[in-house]
Design a protein around this ligand. Sequence first.
Ligand SMILES: [Zn+2]
Length: 349
Amino acid sequence: MDALFSIPIMSVFLIPVLSSYSTSLNLLFFYMTWSTLVLSHSRLRVEMFGTIAVRVIFYALPSIVFFLFDILTPSAAVLIKAHGATGLPGGRRRRKIHARELKIAGWGLFNLFLGIAMQGVLETILVRTLGKRSALKVSMKLPMPFEICKDLSLAMLGREFLSYFLHRYALHSKLSPTLARWHQTWYHSLSAPFPLTAHYDHPIPYLVTKFIPTYAPAILFRFHMLTYILYLLFISVEETFTYSGYTVMPTTLFLGGMARRTDMHLLMGGSGNYGPWGVLDWILGTAVGELHSDEETGDEADERDMRRAYEAAKRKAIGSGNNTAEQPLYSFIENCVKTRLVLYFIVHA
Ligand SMILES: [Zn+2]
């Protein structure tokens, strides 16, 4: 841990944001801090601690705070949940932390660090065992803004493409029944997403559908470590909010849309919305919770989606053998009807 504290790694994130110097001075300070970090530590350490720092600051910590907010103040949290009490950990209002929710949160964090460990193992094998160059570039030379923009755009597209196809054909098809069963019994046992569920799944489906789509584009384009930090920062913020189940978002249109698509993937039993951004779902016609055809009216689509969501929630309640599941089920239907009615009046006002 000494690398994290002895070298001001945090200033790599904070210098451009907090200081009041001019842009050139900021850049100079930033370059000096980055150079010191690269010169004084092994490249593998810089890569690992950089990855851990960005994941902890922008995903793990805010998600833990949101999770505790949901658990400790359910009456306040329910007010900003898109699906009411169904969106709370455990699917209903209660102030007691249950073992199942803690287990889900624990697995979510375990998977996050499992992915980082996989990244470390891969780099160690490449550099120390095979004597090849590292998968990510850790060099003193800073990447140019154009290079950063180009790499980020390509990687985001690659991530969308890989996430969509792996999620749809490895986790929701008969091509790989074992993976599909694991994904179904782990992630799809949830009533709705809540904080820390972005990385919750059986570890193997998690590596296939989360770790590979995130990491593969970065090593394919051999990202500079700073570009990788920026890339992970965007993904971490996106995952924190899209799996929170909240209606309050930094950007309602972009993150809010992604969050509702993530909810619908779970509520509709995995019948669509396989990609994080929804671009391929829209192109390939697997978007759920939206209009599908010109002939179908909004009311028909709403009714059909509500019915499917209701049936999916019912199947889960029966499958879990939990009689008390009736309460979240009713509250979910009630909230859905309320949301649809409000939207209807807004649209037709
Ligand atoms: Zn799924």
